[in-house]
Design a binder for this molecule. Structure first.
Ligand code: F0G
Length: 475
């Protein structure tokens, strides 16, 4: 049985290591209905109803299918206010996975971020990271602190297939610590590194980062939403980890750090949930004090007992190598099919999503006119496929210090694949949709902002399509 993406024929979709027991009907709207939904939504796919989407690749978060074991686990929910048996199960499972003694459930990842940064950060402090996810960044900024992204330099080149593009730039890390030694309150390593393409962070890099921050007495935490996919990549790519059990690689990674915050909506294979886990008893005492006011008693953390059980079982299931081989192989398959249809994609293909370079597809649309949003709209218009822009709409805007327009390095669109949900025929539809978009790429138009808020504007912005160009030049 092939267990490695490298063993798989990239043109063959991996066989699902499960069969389907419950189904959820989906249907496609007509093109004119889709046009109407787009204009009604202000060309913002977050404003479209899920039932009006045919294939939903907006996120891999909370959108996976649960196993029969997890559904059965819901009935074992213990809804006691304090000390439920589901918490005891979660605590045991997380201790085994991470080696951290103290475990606190939260209702999702951003609640964990909010709690940790409330306890840790004061105005003017810094958090250094291989890259902050957008809610993580907003939670740091919400404390008046500064999130500093130090991605690996290989990320600058979309085509560079360096195997550990999720690493942190160690030289830059040492420099920032040297310059701002008293203000850096933690180093946060995101695994896998979602923002740059879902790439893995190597153990060697995490160990080197640990050595650097230890000299300054700065703690190291993981934002570990996709810890199992990260470990799978290391089992395939990092010489020292080849042949090791996924659980052993997961544990080795966590042992490098002082704690973690986790959204269980990804590798927890759950619809809702998250947790914090740490070594430091004093930090945990402060977090528990804070959380009673906003999240709930520390043994349920804003969750029903049944949901704690579902996420705990998901955390147990996700390290199965047959599952991870299929999972990462499916995403890789989609990436290769899209590349064959003409897409410039971020290389190597990430663990949870394919990222298409919309700037390369639409060189005639300036970053200020949101080429990524143009592609995301085209996916819905052509095929009812929902994706998300990760470019100037999400990360651009006025520079907070100078007021000048700022843009991220790349204008990307992310196709995030829900876990255990879509089959090869669903994904074939996505590839065919892209092929149609590619054929008519010269006709695409940019967008102008009609309405926006200052933070996380992509969730609520309303846009209008820019006027068509008078002369259509073939690229
Ligand atoms: N950290 C990372 C790396 C994430 O990708 C996310 C969520 C979070 C934290 C926040 O967790 O959603 O449970 O509050 N990412 C989703 C995405 C939303 O689409 O990538 P949450």
């Amino acid at each position: 049985m092939p267990h490695s993406v490298d063993d798989l024929n990239p043109s063959a979709h991996p066989i699902e290591p499960f069969r389907i027991k419950a189904i959820e009907p989906i249907h496609a709207l007509s093109r004119s209905e889709r046009e109407k939904r787009l204009s009604d939504s202000g060309f913002n796919l977050f404003n479209i109803r899920a039932e009006d989407v045919y294939i939903d690749l907006l996120t891999d978060s909370g959108t996976g299918a649960m196993s029969d074991r997890q559904w059965a686990g819901l009935l074992r929910g213990d809804e006691s206010y304090a000390g439920s048996r589901n918490f005891v199960h979660l605590e045991k499972t997380v201790r085994e996975l991470t080696g951290y003694p103290y475990v606190i459930p939260t209702h999702q990842g951003r609640a964990a971020e909010h709690l940790l940064f409330s306890a840790l950060l004061d105005p003017g402090d810094y958090v250094v990271s291989n890259s902050h996810f957008d809610t993580t960044r907003a939670n740091v900024m919400g404390r008046g602190a500064f999130p500093i992204d130090l991605p690996d330099p290989h990320c600058a080149d979309v085509d560079d297939s360096y195997p550990f593009k999720g690493d942190i730039d160690l030289e830059a890390l040492a420099r920032v610590l040297d310059q701002h030694r008293d203000r850096v309150k933690c180093c946060l390593l995101t695994i896998t590194n979602n923002t740059v393409g879902g790439h893995p962070l190597s153990l060697a890099n995490a160990q080197a980062a640990r050595r650097i921050v230890a000299d300054y007495g700065v703690p190291l935490y993981f934002d570990a939403a996709r810890f199992a996919e990260n470990a799978w990549f290391l089992s395939q790519r990092e010489e020292s980890q080849k042949g090791k059990a996924i659980t052993a690689i997961v544990r080795t990674m966590f042992e490098i750090g002082d704690g973690c915050m986790v959204s269980a909506k990804k590798d927890g294979l759950a619809s809702i949930g998250g947790f914090l886990a740490f070594r430091d008893a004093e930090l945990v005492r402060r977090l528990k004090e804070l959380m009673v006011i906003v999240e709930g008693f520390p043994t349920y953390g804003g969750l029903a007992g049944r949901d704690i059980e579902a996420m705990t079982l998901g955390l147990e299931e996700v390290t199965d190598p047959a599952y991870l081989s299929y999972r990462v192989g499916q995403v890789n398959w989609l990436g290769e099919q899209l590349a064959a249809a003409g897409a410039r994609i971020v290389r190597p293909v990430g663990g949870h999503a394919v990222f298409i370079d919309a700037g390369a597809l639409y060189p005639h649309i300036e970053p200020d006119s949101f080429p990524g949003q143009a592609l995301a709209v085209a996916f819905y218009r052509e095929g009812g496929v929902r994706t998300v822009e990760i470019g100037s709409l999400m990360f651009g805007g006025a520079d907070p210090e100078t007021g000048a327009p700022s843009h991220p390095a790349h204008e990307l669109v992310r196709l995030a694949i829900p876990r255990r949900v879509y089959t090869v025929s669903h994904l074939n539809h996505v590839v065919e949709t892209f092929a149609a978009i590619f054929r008519r790429r010269h006709e695409a138009r940019g967008f102008e902002v009609e309405y926006q808020v200052p933070q996380l504007r992509h969730f609520t912005a309303r846009l209008r399509e820019a006027a068509p160009r008078s002369v259509v030049q073939p690229i």
